[in-house]
Design a protein around this ligand. Structure first.
Ligand SMILES: Nc1ncnc2c1ncn2[C@@H]1O[C@H](COP(=O)(O)OP(=O)(O)OP(=O)(O)O)[C@@H](O)[C@H]1O
Ligand SMILES: [Mg+2]
Length: 251
Protein backbone atom coordinates (compact mmCIF):
# COMPACT_ATOMS: atom_id res chain seq x y z
CA UNK A 1 0.00 0.00 0.00
CA UNK A 2 1.46 3.38 -0.89
CA UNK A 3 1.47 6.32 1.46
CA UNK A 4 -1.22 8.09 -0.47
CA UNK A 5 -3.73 5.30 0.15
CA UNK A 6 -3.39 6.05 3.84
CA UNK A 7 -3.98 9.75 3.46
CA UNK A 8 -7.22 10.57 5.24
CA UNK A 9 -8.32 13.30 2.85
CA UNK A 10 -7.15 11.48 -0.25
CA UNK A 11 -8.11 8.49 -2.29
CA UNK A 12 -9.25 6.03 0.36
CA UNK A 13 -11.04 8.47 2.59
CA UNK A 14 -14.11 6.27 2.71
CA UNK A 15 -12.08 3.81 4.83
CA UNK A 16 -10.57 6.28 7.28
CA UNK A 17 -12.15 9.08 9.24
CA UNK A 18 -10.86 12.12 7.36
CA UNK A 19 -9.23 14.96 9.24
CA UNK A 20 -11.14 18.20 9.11
CA UNK A 21 -8.41 19.97 7.16
CA UNK A 22 -5.82 17.83 5.37
CA UNK A 23 -2.80 19.07 3.49
CA UNK A 24 -1.16 16.40 1.38
CA UNK A 25 2.20 16.69 -0.39
CA UNK A 26 1.79 20.43 -0.86
CA UNK A 27 4.44 21.91 -3.13
CA UNK A 28 4.41 25.66 -3.80
CA UNK A 29 6.57 27.84 -6.03
CA UNK A 30 7.15 31.52 -6.64
CA UNK A 31 8.20 31.31 -10.28
CA UNK A 32 11.14 28.92 -10.31
CA UNK A 33 11.70 29.14 -6.54
CA UNK A 34 10.66 25.89 -4.88
CA UNK A 35 9.45 27.01 -1.45
CA UNK A 36 7.05 24.52 0.15
CA UNK A 37 8.63 21.18 -0.62
CA UNK A 38 5.98 18.52 -0.22
CA UNK A 39 4.41 18.91 3.21
CA UNK A 40 1.55 16.86 4.66
CA UNK A 41 -0.31 17.55 7.88
CA UNK A 42 -3.78 17.33 9.37
CA UNK A 43 -5.77 19.79 11.45
CA UNK A 44 -8.58 18.43 13.59
CA UNK A 45 -11.92 20.17 13.89
CA UNK A 46 -12.01 22.83 16.59
CA UNK A 47 -8.31 22.75 17.42
CA UNK A 48 -5.69 25.47 17.24
CA UNK A 49 -2.53 24.48 15.36
CA UNK A 50 0.64 26.56 15.61
CA UNK A 51 2.63 26.63 12.35
CA UNK A 52 6.13 27.66 13.37
CA UNK A 53 9.66 27.96 11.99
CA UNK A 54 12.41 30.45 11.28
CA UNK A 55 12.12 33.45 8.96
CA UNK A 56 11.72 32.27 5.39
CA UNK A 57 10.75 28.70 6.38
CA UNK A 58 7.59 28.90 4.26
CA UNK A 59 4.87 29.61 6.83
CA UNK A 60 3.17 32.47 4.99
CA UNK A 61 3.49 30.57 1.72
CA UNK A 62 1.73 27.57 3.32
CA UNK A 63 -1.16 29.74 4.57
CA UNK A 64 -1.48 31.46 1.19
CA UNK A 65 -1.47 28.06 -0.53
CA UNK A 66 -4.30 26.78 1.69
CA UNK A 67 -6.27 29.97 0.95
CA UNK A 68 -5.57 29.36 -2.76
CA UNK A 69 -4.10 32.79 -3.37
CA UNK A 70 -2.71 33.32 -6.90
CA UNK A 71 0.76 33.87 -5.48
CA UNK A 72 2.44 31.35 -4.89
CA UNK A 73 1.61 28.89 -7.65
CA UNK A 74 0.76 25.55 -6.10
CA UNK A 75 2.10 22.96 -8.50
CA UNK A 76 1.24 19.81 -6.65
CA UNK A 77 -0.68 18.49 -3.71
CA UNK A 78 -4.12 18.15 -2.22
CA UNK A 79 -5.97 20.27 0.31
CA UNK A 80 -9.21 18.95 1.74
CA UNK A 81 -11.58 20.83 4.02
CA UNK A 82 -14.50 18.97 5.54
CA UNK A 83 -14.58 16.45 2.63
CA UNK A 84 -14.29 19.21 0.01
CA UNK A 85 -11.23 19.44 -2.24
CA UNK A 86 -9.78 22.96 -2.21
CA UNK A 87 -6.76 22.28 -4.39
CA UNK A 88 -8.43 23.19 -7.68
CA UNK A 89 -10.28 26.21 -6.33
CA UNK A 90 -9.61 29.91 -6.82
CA UNK A 91 -9.17 32.00 -3.68
CA UNK A 92 -12.74 33.34 -3.72
CA UNK A 93 -14.06 29.77 -3.96
CA UNK A 94 -11.87 28.67 -1.04
CA UNK A 95 -13.29 31.62 0.93
CA UNK A 96 -16.83 30.44 0.16
CA UNK A 97 -15.83 26.90 1.20
CA UNK A 98 -14.88 28.30 4.62
CA UNK A 99 -11.29 29.52 4.59
CA UNK A 100 -10.69 32.86 6.33
CA UNK A 101 -7.17 34.26 5.90
CA UNK A 102 -6.07 37.18 8.08
CA UNK A 103 -2.87 38.33 6.36
CA UNK A 104 0.12 39.81 8.13
CA UNK A 105 -0.64 43.34 6.88
CA UNK A 106 -4.26 42.97 8.13
CA UNK A 107 -5.54 44.48 4.85
CA UNK A 108 -7.93 47.03 6.34
CA UNK A 109 -9.58 48.88 3.45
CA UNK A 110 -8.67 52.59 3.41
CA UNK A 111 -11.48 55.14 3.20
CA UNK A 112 -13.97 52.82 4.93
CA UNK A 113 -15.13 52.98 8.53
CA UNK A 114 -14.87 50.01 10.88
CA UNK A 115 -18.51 49.17 10.21
CA UNK A 116 -18.16 49.55 6.43
CA UNK A 117 -15.14 47.21 6.49
CA UNK A 118 -17.35 44.64 8.25
CA UNK A 119 -20.34 45.23 5.97
CA UNK A 120 -18.15 44.74 2.91
CA UNK A 121 -17.21 41.28 4.21
CA UNK A 122 -20.93 40.47 4.39
CA UNK A 123 -21.82 41.66 0.90
CA UNK A 124 -22.25 38.13 -0.44
CA UNK A 125 -23.25 34.85 1.18
CA UNK A 126 -22.27 32.77 3.05
CA UNK A 127 -22.60 35.38 5.78
CA UNK A 128 -21.12 34.61 9.20
CA UNK A 129 -21.50 36.42 12.48
CA UNK A 130 -23.93 39.34 12.72
CA UNK A 131 -22.56 42.82 13.49
CA UNK A 132 -24.22 42.53 16.89
CA UNK A 133 -22.39 39.32 17.73
CA UNK A 134 -19.12 40.78 16.46
CA UNK A 135 -19.51 43.95 18.55
CA UNK A 136 -20.29 41.79 21.57
CA UNK A 137 -16.92 40.07 21.20
CA UNK A 138 -15.07 43.25 20.25
CA UNK A 139 -16.49 46.14 22.32
CA UNK A 140 -13.56 48.34 21.22
CA UNK A 141 -14.78 48.02 17.62
CA UNK A 142 -18.33 48.88 18.66
CA UNK A 143 -17.08 52.11 20.23
CA UNK A 144 -15.17 52.96 17.05
CA UNK A 145 -17.66 51.77 14.46
CA UNK A 146 -17.75 55.16 12.69
CA UNK A 147 -13.95 55.62 12.75
CA UNK A 148 -11.95 55.01 9.57
CA UNK A 149 -10.48 51.49 9.86
CA UNK A 150 -6.91 52.44 8.98
CA UNK A 151 -6.79 55.06 11.77
CA UNK A 152 -7.23 52.36 14.44
CA UNK A 153 -4.31 51.36 16.65
CA UNK A 154 -2.37 48.23 15.72
CA UNK A 155 -4.26 46.08 18.21
CA UNK A 156 -7.62 47.45 17.11
CA UNK A 157 -6.72 46.83 13.47
CA UNK A 158 -5.89 43.23 14.34
CA UNK A 159 -9.29 42.94 16.03
CA UNK A 160 -10.97 44.40 12.93
CA UNK A 161 -9.12 41.94 10.71
CA UNK A 162 -10.30 39.06 12.93
CA UNK A 163 -13.84 40.46 13.05
CA UNK A 164 -13.91 40.75 9.27
CA UNK A 165 -12.98 37.08 8.95
CA UNK A 166 -15.82 36.13 11.33
CA UNK A 167 -18.30 38.26 9.36
CA UNK A 168 -18.03 35.56 6.72
CA UNK A 169 -19.14 32.01 7.45
CA UNK A 170 -15.73 30.45 7.99
CA UNK A 171 -14.69 27.00 9.15
CA UNK A 172 -10.96 27.66 9.36
CA UNK A 173 -9.18 30.81 10.46
CA UNK A 174 -5.65 31.27 9.10
CA UNK A 175 -3.71 33.85 11.12
CA UNK A 176 -0.40 35.24 9.92
CA UNK A 177 1.50 36.84 12.82
CA UNK A 178 -1.52 38.25 14.67
CA UNK A 179 0.64 39.46 17.60
CA UNK A 180 3.17 41.32 15.46
CA UNK A 181 4.00 44.77 16.78
CA UNK A 182 1.53 44.57 19.67
CA UNK A 183 2.20 45.29 23.34
CA UNK A 184 1.91 42.25 25.67
CA UNK A 185 -1.31 43.56 27.22
CA UNK A 186 -2.91 43.76 23.74
CA UNK A 187 -1.57 40.30 22.91
CA UNK A 188 -3.39 39.10 26.06
CA UNK A 189 -6.58 40.62 24.75
CA UNK A 190 -6.25 39.09 21.26
CA UNK A 191 -5.38 35.72 22.82
CA UNK A 192 -8.52 35.83 24.95
CA UNK A 193 -10.54 36.52 21.83
CA UNK A 194 -8.92 33.62 19.98
CA UNK A 195 -9.90 31.30 22.85
CA UNK A 196 -13.52 32.48 22.57
CA UNK A 197 -13.43 31.94 18.79
CA UNK A 198 -12.19 28.39 19.46
CA UNK A 199 -15.11 27.82 21.85
CA UNK A 200 -17.42 28.69 18.96
CA UNK A 201 -16.04 25.65 17.11
CA UNK A 202 -13.81 27.44 14.60
CA UNK A 203 -10.56 25.68 13.67
CA UNK A 204 -7.43 27.88 13.64
CA UNK A 205 -3.92 27.78 12.22
CA UNK A 206 -1.71 30.42 13.83
CA UNK A 207 1.66 31.48 12.40
CA UNK A 208 3.60 33.50 14.94
CA UNK A 209 7.17 34.68 15.63
CA UNK A 210 6.18 34.79 19.27
CA UNK A 211 6.34 30.99 19.41
CA UNK A 212 5.87 30.62 23.15
CA UNK A 213 2.67 32.68 23.14
CA UNK A 214 1.38 30.73 20.13
CA UNK A 215 2.23 27.37 21.72
CA UNK A 216 0.50 28.29 24.98
CA UNK A 217 -2.67 28.88 22.98
CA UNK A 218 -2.37 25.87 20.68
CA UNK A 219 -3.27 22.20 20.92
CA UNK A 220 -0.73 21.04 18.36
CA UNK A 221 2.24 22.37 16.44
CA UNK A 222 3.89 21.85 13.08
CA UNK A 223 7.43 23.17 12.62
CA UNK A 224 8.73 24.01 9.15
CA UNK A 225 12.35 24.25 8.09
CA UNK A 226 13.16 25.33 4.51
CA UNK A 227 9.79 24.19 3.26
CA UNK A 228 9.80 20.81 5.01
CA UNK A 229 8.12 19.58 8.18
CA UNK A 230 10.61 18.77 10.95
CA UNK A 231 8.08 18.32 13.76
CA UNK A 232 4.38 17.46 14.03
CA UNK A 233 3.05 16.87 17.52
CA UNK A 234 1.52 18.48 20.56
CA UNK A 235 2.26 22.06 21.55
CA UNK A 236 3.40 20.95 25.01
CA UNK A 237 5.99 18.60 23.46
CA UNK A 238 7.58 21.62 21.76
CA UNK A 239 7.48 23.71 24.93
CA UNK A 240 9.24 20.89 26.80
CA UNK A 241 11.82 20.07 24.10
CA UNK A 242 14.80 22.40 24.46
CA UNK A 243 16.61 21.04 21.41
CA UNK A 244 13.63 21.64 19.14
CA UNK A 245 13.10 25.09 20.60
CA UNK A 246 16.69 26.24 20.16
CA UNK A 247 17.27 24.58 16.80
CA UNK A 248 14.16 25.73 14.96
CA UNK A 249 12.51 28.45 17.02
CA UNK A 250 15.41 30.24 18.73
CA UNK A 251 13.57 30.28 22.06
N1 LIG B 1 6.34 36.76 -3.75
C1 LIG B 1 7.48 36.08 -3.63
N2 LIG B 1 8.32 35.90 -4.67
C2 LIG B 1 9.45 35.18 -4.55
N3 LIG B 1 9.85 34.58 -3.41
C3 LIG B 1 9.07 34.73 -2.34
C4 LIG B 1 7.85 35.48 -2.39
N4 LIG B 1 7.30 35.45 -1.16
C5 LIG B 1 8.13 34.73 -0.39
N5 LIG B 1 9.18 34.28 -1.10
C6 LIG B 1 10.28 33.46 -0.58
O1 LIG B 1 9.76 32.24 -0.10
C7 LIG B 1 10.43 31.83 1.09
C8 LIG B 1 9.42 31.57 2.18
O2 LIG B 1 8.75 32.78 2.47
P1 LIG B 1 7.57 32.87 3.50
O3 LIG B 1 7.07 34.27 3.44
O4 LIG B 1 6.61 31.79 3.25
O5 LIG B 1 8.34 32.58 4.87
P2 LIG B 1 7.84 32.72 6.37
O6 LIG B 1 8.13 31.40 7.02
O7 LIG B 1 6.47 33.24 6.40
O8 LIG B 1 8.90 33.79 6.93
P3 LIG B 1 8.69 34.99 7.98
O9 LIG B 1 8.78 34.37 9.33
O10 LIG B 1 9.87 35.87 7.72
O11 LIG B 1 7.40 35.66 7.69
C9 LIG B 1 11.44 32.92 1.41
O12 LIG B 1 12.70 32.49 0.98
C10 LIG B 1 10.95 34.11 0.60
O13 LIG B 1 12.02 34.92 0.19
MG1 LIG C 1 5.64 35.01 7.02
Amino acid sequence: MNAKANFPGGINHAQTAPAFLSVWDLQSYYGESYIVQGISFNVHEGEILALLGRNGAGKTTTLRSIARMDDPQVQHGEIWLDHQPLHNMASHEAAIAGIGLVPEDRSIIPGLTVEENLQLAQIAPPIGWSLERIYDLFPRLAERRKQEGITLSGGEQQMLALARALARDIKVLLLDEPYEGLAPVIVDEIEKTLRIIKEQGITTIIVEQNAVRALELSDRAVILDTGNIVFDGTASEVLENEKLRSEYLAI
